[in-house]
Design a protein around this ligand. Structure first.
Ligand SMILES: *Cc1c(COP(=O)(O)O)cnc(C)c1O
Length: 430
């Protein structure tokens, strides 16, 4: 699409970044299944390698199919640029990489996807990076956790596994005051339900594996930059503000302005870490994004119906869905995700760990898988799977204690989902 009128979300989810293929006129974005691109001549090649000209060199760095997806996600999030990666976890490393050095830390919410807690509390330490986990509902503890070595604040908009909603406006005021970027994982909300940049986020990360693709076919990730952070305000972000030795002394911020972070993500991040998305995956995700708003409307509608039914059932202790009046997060929905509280939540089954395991085994429509954001309804007992590597204390803090199951409500008939849960609960709780 060309610069012109500001289009609505439903138009942009189909058109942003795409144009008829210049070679063939193909209306759908082709899968450019190629590793490399022929240079016009030696000068062209040199200009591309020197970053004096933007173009295609090699698919570890850039690929036309992936470029369409990057522009589409950046547009839907209201950012200036995006870099796609091989998975959501790759996107998280790619997001932190330009900000961190050995000895630096990220201040992260305790309520995160289980894999992220493990990645941050164990694996990133091998890079010499550190993570400090705090309760993001406790504003003072977030403020006091930020120290002179903090280079990022990290949370989820609608947080796993309970569907808790983070008060992004308050958190972004704290990170702003500290001069540190706020990184928001917007996987569970998607830009249809929540646009973190409008609430002060600097960077938005996604596991495109989930709702953006929407059909459980491919893994992928994305990092979106708002383009507004001043990387040169002080000496905290030398990768972006100081001469880059791996690029003949180029200063990314001075040279690329608002695109500095995105260019760094491609020219250094993808070039040297190689966590690249492949064009087939980008194709599946582009297909999925075309119907994102329609699917999210149904996910939200079904989640609301199922959560309301569960809450009234006496085999269930409590339900964490933020769309329920009983949720402490109910009031945040209107401001943070006005189109609905998403499609994931947890509920506690009377009978604890054993009843949860029986329920998961008894369900027929719900699939027992470690995934979310599929068109299909999914269930998992976090404590014995995704959050298994965590201590019981960490599990409880993350909202994934032994007595709860997490559901990702799909877009099937809500009545069928309720009937399935009903028969499952009758086998689990006697
Ligand atoms: C799945 C998920 C991730 C990790 O993404 P992968 O694509 O599985 O690597 C990160 N954050 C959230 C919220 C997720 O749901």
């Amino acid at each position: 699409m060309t610069d012109g009128p500001i289009y609505g979300f439903d138009t942009l989810q189909i058109h942003a970044g795409a144009r008829p293929d210049p070679a063939t006129g193909a209306r759908q974005t082709p899968i450019y299944q190629t590793a490399a691109y022929v240079f016009r001549d030696a000068e062209h090649a040199a200009a591309l390698f020197g970053l004096q000209e933007v173009g295609y060199i090699y698919s570890r760095l850039t690929n036309p199919t992936i470029a369409v997806l990057q522009e589409r996600i950046a547009t839907l999030e209201g950012g200036v640029g995006a870099v796609c990666c091989s998975s959501g976890h790759a996107a998280q490393i790619m997001a932190l990489f330009p900000l961190m050095r050995p000895g630096r830390n990220v201040v992260a919410s305790t309520r995160l996807y289980g894999g992220t807690i493990t990645q941050f509390s164990q694996t990133i330490r091998r890079f010499g990076w550190d993570a400090k986990f705090v309760d993001f509902d406790d504003v003072d503890s977030v403020t006091s956790a930020i120290d002179k070595n903090t280079r990022a604040v990290f949370c989820e908009s609608i947080a796993n596994p309970g569907g808790y909603i983070t008060d992004l406006d308050t958190i972004s005021k704290i990170s702003d005051a500290a001069g540190v970027p706020l990184v928001v994982d917007n996987t569970s909300a998607t830009p249809y339900l929540c646009r973190p940049i409008e609430h002060g986020a600097t960077l938005v990360v996604h596991s495109t594996t989930k709702y953006l693709t929407g059909n459980g076919t491919v893994t992928g990730g994305c990092v979106v930059d708002c383009g507004k952070f001043d990387w040169s305000a002080n000496d905290k972000f030398p990768s972006l503000s100081e001469p880059e030795p791996a690029y003949h002394g180029l200063r990314f911020h001075e040279t690329f302005g608002p695109q500095a972070y995105t260019f760094h993500g491609i020219a250094i991040g993808l070039r040297d870490l190689g966590m690249t998305m492949n064009p087939q995956a980008a194709h599946y995700t582009l297909m999925g994004i075309e119907t994102l708003s329609l699917r999210m409307q149904r996910h939200v509608e079904n989640a609301q119906t199922v959560a309301t039914w569960l809450e009234k059932d006496d085999r269930v202790d409590y339900v964490t869905y933020a769309g329920l009046q009983s949720s402490p997060y109910f009031k945040r929905v209107k401001n943070i995700c006005p189109k609905g509280a998403g499609g994931i939540f947890t509920f506690a089954v009377k009978g604890g760990y054993d009843a949860c395991v029986k329920l998961v085994n008894a369900l027929e429509i719900f699939s027992h898988v470690a995934n979310l954001g599929d068109a299909r309804s999914l269930i998992i007992h976090s404590a014995s799977t995704t959050h298994r590597q965590l201590s019981v204390e960490q599990q409880e803090a993350a909202g994934a204690g032994p007595g709860v199951v997490r559901v990702s409500i799909g877009i099937e008939d809500a009545n069928d989902l309720i009937a399935d849960l009903d028969q499952g609960l009758s086998k689990a709780v006697r």
